[in-house]
Design a protein around this ligand. Structure first.
Ligand SMILES: C=CC1=C(C)c2cc3[nH]c(cc4nc(cc5[nH]c(cc1n2)c(C)c5CCC(=O)O)C(CCC(=O)O)=C4C)c(C)c3C=C
Ligand SMILES: [Fe+2]
Length: 390
């Protein structure tokens, strides 16, 4: 098992702002393979909290523009050179107003808002029950980065509840500066100025894509969906991950691409062990703006596969564990139409993990394994400011 973030933070080179999350440097993957056994128990006077971090999403169409404004105000989403950071807010306002009409149409197409709050609340509920099943009483909180309930609100509640030990679990299997990195940065800022919080023992699970339970749960979903095709062995397994700008990986040291590739490899290994040896491919979706993003792009690969005679395709969303706009609209509507129009005849998509029992059990296992590493977060360094910005 890797060492926890709070212990290793001081060892991280300043340039590699978020490499605490990178298994390549051997740090902070709690229960990396998910096989460790923990017999951790809490003393009677201890109160355990688990904080689930997520992006959040607009709940109504009126929320779309302010949600986008929050998103683009994040210096980990639009990374401006230090000199131009004073432009972050006005730029966010401008971009959000520009993108809002089209984005509203897309949220309208999935029922008028994001299902993320409801789905994450459900995950929090079943996780609490799974922990109970492991004889661990915990309060499970949801903190969203860009919409209600904000991380700040969740932390306020944690304070009011006088939690004495906290495990932070971002609902992103793979680490990216733009997701987990951003949420942890905000989390740390809230903690820094607060006497109680800065002494609260905290364990942060920065990524968990390697966990056996997660990999098996993904393989289960793929196996079930493959079996629904007339000729399962002929199906192309198409992993579609959320993209990030290439500069995140190449300049800022984001481990996201490496972790994504390793994650796909591990899922395919698990499928092979079950006798499933289909062709597979990984591509990146959801590009926004004029920058180069991770390639290949999902849309381009789908067209190419159709042109090359692939007839059956199983889409597997891989960077997120709930249904959201990028599964329900972008994949189920946009990419499906594109694929069918490009010669692919049989299309299916694997559902998001959601509250799949084996997955939730594994998350509960990750929490249990993280507990012994809880330390006051005074020394945790996961901030964009600490990177060498251009
Ligand atoms: C692992 C998942 C995600 C990564 C990586 C990520 C990076 C990233 N996203 C944007 C821009 C947008 N994101 C939006 C919504 C959104 N993004 C994620 C996940 C990741 N983003 C989620 C779960 C959601 C919420 C979805 C919902 O159902 O509400 C949006 C708005 C919606 C849309 O237009 O798709 C934008 C815009 C950037 C620029 C970025 C990396 C820098
Ligand atoms: Fe996003």
């Amino acid at each position: 098992m890797g060492a926890p973030s709070s212990l290793t933070a001081g060892l991280i080179p300043k340039r590699n702002l978020n490499l605490q999350a990178n298994s390549a440097v051997g740090v902070c993957i709690f229960g990396g393979n998910g096989v460790e056994k923990s017999h951790h128990t809490l003393a009677a006077n201890q109160k355990l909290g688990v904080l689930l971090l997520n992006t959040g999403g607009p709940e109504t169409l009126n929320d779309v523009q302010p949600f986008l404004c929050n998103l683009f105000s994040d210096p980990d989403v639009i990374r401006l050179p230090r000199l131009f950071q004073f432009l972050q807010r006005p730029l966010a306002k401008l971009v959000s107003v520009f993108l809002a009409p089209r984005t509203k149409e897309r949220y309208a197409a999935i029922g008028g808002g994001s299902p993320l709050r409801r789905l994450t609340d459900e995950q929090a509920d079943v996780l609490r029950m799974a922990l109970e099943g492991k004889n661990l009483q915990a309060d499970v909180y949801v903190g969203m980065r860009y919409w209600y309930p904000f991380v700040e609100e969740a932390v306020e509640q944690i304070k009011r509840d006088r939690i004495t030990k906290l495990v932070v679990l971002p609902l992103f299997p793979q680490f990216s500066i733009s997701t987990t990195g951003s949420s942890i940065r905000v989390f740390r800022q809230i903690f820094e100025g607060d006497a109680y919080l800065s002494r609260l023992p905290v364990s942060v699970i920065l990524s968990w894509y390697q966990r056996k339970g997660y990999i098996r749960s993904m393989a289960d979903l793929i196996e079930i969906e493959l079996a629904k095709f007339a000729r399962p062995e002929e199906v192309m397994i198409f992993f579609s991950a959320h993209g990030v700008p290439i500069s995140y990986v190449e300049d800022a040291g984001d481990p996201y691409k490496d972790q994504m590739e390793e994650c796909v490899y591990l899922i395919m290994q698990e499928l092979k062990a079950r006798g499933i040896a289909n062709y597979h491919t990984l591509a990146y979706q959801s590009r926004v703006g004029p920058l180069q993003w991770l390639k290949p792009y999902t849309a381009e690969v789908l067209v190419e596969l159709g042109r090359n005679g692939v007839k059956s395709l199983l889409a597997v969303p891989i960077s997120f564990v709930s249904e959201h706009i990028e599964t329900l609209e972008e994949i189920d509507m946009g990419y499906k139409d594109l694929a069918l129009g490009s010669g692919i005849e049989n299309w299916r998509r694997v559902p998001a993990l959601g509250c799949t029992p084996s997955f939730i059990q594994d998350l509960a296992g990750a929490v249990v394994e993280a507990l012994p590493y809880a330390k006051p977060q005074l020394t945790l360094r996961v901030t964009a400011e600490e990177s060498d910005r251009p």
